[in-house]
Design a protein around this ligand. Sequence first.
Ligand SMILES: Nc1nc2c(ncn2[C@@H]2O[C@H](COP(=O)(O)OP(=O)(O)OP(=O)(O)O)[C@@H](O)[C@H]2O)c(=O)[nH]1
Ligand SMILES: [Mg+2]
Length: 579
Amino acid sequence: MLEFIQLLRQRYQAILNQQNQLVDTPLFQQRIDQLIFAEAFIRKGQRLVANTKPPLQIAVVGPTQAGKSSLVNVLLNSAAAGVSPLAGYTIHPQGFCQGVSLAECSDLQHYFGRFECLAQRDLTKQRHDCYSLAENTSASTLLPACVLWDTPDFDSIDSATYREGVIRAVVLADVIILVVSKEKYADQSVWDMMAMLEDLHQPTLICLNKLAEGSEKVVVQSLKEKWQQARSDAFPGVVPLFYQKPAGLPVWPEADVHRLARLADKVNVKKQPRFEQLLLQKYWSEWLKPVQQEHQALIEWQALIDEVIAQALASYQRDFLSHPHHYETFQQALAELLVLLEIPGLAGVLAGARKALTWPVRQLMKLGSKRLHIADTSQEIILLNQIAEHTLIQLADHVLDKSEQGKQALWWKELGGLLRRQRPDIVQHFQVAAKNYHLAFQQDVEQTAHHLYHKLQEQPMVLNSLRATRVTADAAVIALTLHTGGIGVHDLVIAPAMLTVTSLLAESAIGSYMHNVEAQLKQQQLNTVKQTLFIGSISKILIDLPGQLSTRTSFNISPEQLYKAQQQLTEKRHGLRLL
Ligand SMILES: Nc1nc2c(ncn2[C@@H]2O[C@H](COP(=O)(O)OP(=O)(O)OP(=O)(O)O)[C@@H](O)[C@H]2O)c(=O)[nH]1
Ligand SMILES: [Mg+2]
């Protein structure tokens, strides 16, 4: 699951980085934040499994200039955290070990993943993917043994650039201290963050900083209302920190000295796996919307391909197989038959030709070169190539329509570009496949000739009268000329002698047999063209085309990948643990 969440986030980020106007930037940014959040929560779960006694983690969070770093110093009884009147001063998570050794925190690096642990002084403005961890040397009376995290703000102008660090630190925390000043507590960003944190079920304390004497009651009441609007759990305790002009530091009330220790007692990590699962389920369908829309587009793409391929096959049937002037294959079979007939007077020439005719499949390609001219002059091949070109043009038009309809516009636009760029290659691939099909199909043609020949042998009367006819000799010469490349296949179809022989056979005793054989040949031809050319060549390439879409513009997460992840999501609680 962790890998899947990371992949999803990567794809969101890559698409966002393209800054395409068709992308809803705020929505994508929000989902990226949620994915970082979920990833951190899963990592936290892994940490709790690996380490049965992990040190308590407390995070101080809040908007900029609320006094987070100042409060961290008060709690640590030190000046370890950097304080400044400049907004957005703290930009890295900084952990301070209080009563905990660094050795006990060695598993934190795994939690932080690609974030690097640096010494506090080495944290620079140039890098945001790092954090620091140090032991606090002064004694603190306010903290239980823990790692106290000072975190960056989430509301200043620049905060988007270091937001991931904030999320990682707050998700890690077992206890949250929300610091707000009276100027900032009503900000939407504060309550968006608190709403997001609710799914983590962390015991929380609110510190109301820079408070003026007498205003506590009103502010706390208003704070409570804000809390109730954002969250459904009980309003947490509030520690008022009054504005101390001379000290410049918040002062922790005497009465609240044990407040944090008591809060720490409420930490319960047993339900972590369940919470993880609930969190993922909550966002899942939202996160996967664009992925599912792509899958829908894939289905539509497949349907478009099927539609244009069906049209292509219909054209092939109409303009070739069923076209009286274009259909040449059966005439070719008859030409082969004439060669087999051994017409008196032509026997010597024909014997040589026969050797070339009885080809086993293995030798087909070798012999193929002798017959390439047949393919070159074939009306069928010319037509097939035209159909393929037309099919691709039609498909490109459909894709353009889709990209203008607005739904998944970017995906269709990119696919259209890909189709345009690959069209010459697809056409060429088809042309080669068409030629190969045509050569290979010569064997079926010849077989048809042999069937007819055997049938004729059962009818000596027909056979002899054919042999004796002058027009048969003329047609046989034409058939031979086809073999030597003197004429093209199409000339065969319109040669009068060939037409006469065809009529003679059609009216003879083997007439109906001949029609059956012709029908079978056509059926065989249609099936072969469909399978090897339209399905095996064009359709296959086109179906695979979206797989080549750049992950900068599309998610490219397959339905299988999604299905697997979804399976994990619905597995029993422990399922998540194992991931
Ligand atoms: N006088 C007085 N100044 C305070 C108090 N709390 C915070 N400040 C001042 O408020 C300013 C911001 O304090 P920080 O602790 O740096 O605030 P922060 O929330 O860490 O701010 P960022 O790191 O920018 O997010 C500093 O100038 C502090 O000195 C207080 O109780 N009294
Ligand atoms: Mg700070």
